[in-house]
Design a protein around this ligand. Structure first.
Ligand code: IPM
Ligand code: MN
Length: 371
C-alpha cells in the first residue's frame, strides 16, 4: 500500500515526538512492505516565523494532497500576548476546519505498568478504557460574533451588557447536522466497543446543549443495540475521577472535549500518553482522510531536551494506520510494542519511573525494536 503522509512537526516538543513517530512509521512500512511517501510542512509558530502566518497556503495544499496528516504540537510562549487570530494555535484550528475533520477521537485507557504514574488510586484507574469523542470544527472555538470590542454596539452584544466599556464576546453555535454527524460517529464507534454512549452537555443552562440533547435523543433509536445516557458536563468532570470505568464512548462539544480530555489524561498516567485521531473528512475520491495528533501541547518548558514522551504521537500513528489506511494488524503491532516498552519500566520522566527515565529517542527506539 502507498502511505502518502504529510508531517507537520509544529513547535516545541512537537518536533521531537513526531521524529520518533515517523521512525515508527518507517519500521512499519519496511516490515509490511508499504511504500512510504513523507512530506513535511509548516504549521503554528514556526510557520509564522517562516511565512508570516500560522497556516500557510502551501500547508493547506499539501494537506489536500496527502492521505493522512501527522501533527506534533503548536504554540510558543513568545506569542502569549498576541490576539487569537495571530497565534500559532490558529493554524491548528485552521487545518482542522479546512480538512473538515469534525470528530476527534481521544482514547483514554489505563496501562497496568502505569497504575502508579496516576495520582488516583490504582483500583479506580485499573481497567479504564474509554474514548472521548470531541466535536472539533464547531462550537465556541469557531462561532461568530467573536472579538474584543471598545464599544458594545459594534460587538452585537445587547441589553444591559451594552454599556460603553470594553467588551469581549465568543459564541457557542451548533447546527442540527453538525451535532448529528458526530453523534452518529460516536454510536458507530460504540458498536465496535462496549456499546455504551454517554452524551455530555450543559442543557440545564445552555440552549446549544438543549439542541445537542434533542439531536442525540432523536438519533439514538437508530442504534437500539447501544445504551445511551446523558450527563451534565460538571457532573461528568467529577464522574471521570470518581468512577471512570463507567465510561465507554463519551461524546461532547468542542470545548467541553478539550477540557475533559486533559482531565482524562490523569487516568492514563500522563498527558504524554494520549493519542488522537481527527476524522470525518472525505476526499473527492471518497477516501477518508484524517489528522492525527497527540493530545498534549508544545510544552516549551521541556522542548529541545529529549525528555518528552513520544507515546502520544506514536499512538497517533497507530490510529492513522487503522482509520486512514485500514491496516489493523500494523496498528495493533504498534500498540502492542508500546505496551511492551511500558512493561520494561524504561519510560520517559513524565511517567515518574523508579529508575533513570528514558529519553524521547530511547523510548521511540525501544518501540521500533519491539515492533
Ligand atoms: C488540543 C489543544 C488545542 C485545542 C489548542 C492547541 C488549539 O489544546 O488539541 O487539545 O484547544 O484544541
Ligand atoms: Mn487541549
Amino acid at each position: 500500500m502507498n502511505l502518502n503522509i504529510l508531517v507537520l512537526p509544529g513547535d516545541g516538543i512537537g518536533l521531537e515526538v513526531t521524529r520518533e513517530a515517523v521512525r515508527v512509521l518507517r519500521v512499519v512500512a519496511e516490515k509490511w512492505n508499504h511504500q512510504l511517501t513523507l512530506r513535511e510542512g509548516l504549521l503554528g509558530g514556526i510557520a509564522i516565523h517562516k511565512t508570516g502566518g500560522p497556516f500557510p497556503a502551501e500547508t493547506e495544499r499539501l494537506s489536500r494532497e496527502a492521505d493522512a496528516v501527522l501533527m506534533g504540537a503548536v504554540g510558543l510562549p513568545e506569542f502569549d500576548n498576541f490576539a487569537p487570530e495571530k497565534r500559532p494555535e490558529r493554524g491548528l484550528l485552521g487545518i482542522r476546519k479546512t480538512m473538515g475533520v469534525y470528530a476527534n477521537l481521544r482514547p483514554v485507557r489505563s496501562y497496568k505498568a502505569l497504575l502508579d504514574s496516576s495520582p488516583l488510586k490504582n483500583h479506580l484507574v485499573d481497567g479504564v478504557d474509554m474514548v472521548i469523542v470531541r466535536e472539533l470544527t464547531g462550537g465556541l472555538y469557531y462561532g461568530s460574533p467573536r472579538g474584543i470590542y471598545e464599544d458594545a454596539a459594534s460587538s452585537g452584544v445587547e441589553g444591559e451588557d451594552a454599556t460603553p466599556e470594553i467588551h469581549a464576546v465568543n459564541t457557542m453555535a451548533y447546527s442540527w447536522s453538525e451535532i448529528e454527524r458526530v453523534t452518529r460517529m460516536a454510536f458507530e464507534l460504540a458498536r465496535k466497543r462496549r456499546r455504551k454512549v454517554t452524551s455530555v452537555d450543559k442543557s440545564n443552562v445552555l440552549e446549544v446543549s438543549q439542541l445537542w440533547r434533542r439531536v442525540v435523543t432523536t438519533v439514538a433509536p437508530d442504534y437500539p443495540d447501544v445504551a445511551l445516557d446523558h450527563l451534565l458536563v460538571d457532573n461528568c468532570a467529577m464522574q471521570l475521577v470518581l468512577n471512570p470505568k463507567r465510561f465507554d464512548v463519551v461524546v461532547m462539544e468542542n470545548m467541553f472535549g478539550d477540557i475533559l480530555s486533559d482531565e482524562g489524561a490523569v487516568l492514563a498516567g500522563s498527558i504524554g500518553m494520549l493519542p488522537s485521531a481527527s476524522i470525518g473528512a472525505k476526499k473527492a475520491s471518497g477516501a477518508w482522510t484524517g489528522l492525527y495528533e497527540p493530545v498534549h501541547g508544545s510544552a516549551p518548558d521541556i522542548a529541545g531536551q529529549n525528555k518528552a514522551n513520544p507515546f502520544g504521537a506514536i499512538g497517533s500513528v497507530a490510529a492513522m494506520l487503522e482509520y486512514s489506511f485500514g491496516l489493523t494488524e500494523e496498528a495493533a503491532s504498534v500498540n502492542r510494542a508500546m505496551e511492551t516498552v511500558l512493561n520494561t519500566g524504561r519510560v520517559t520522566a513524565d511517567l515518574r519511573p523508579s529508575g533513570t527515565p528514558a529519553t524521547t529517542e530511547e523510548a521511540g527506539e525501544a518501540v521500533c525494536q519491539a515492533i
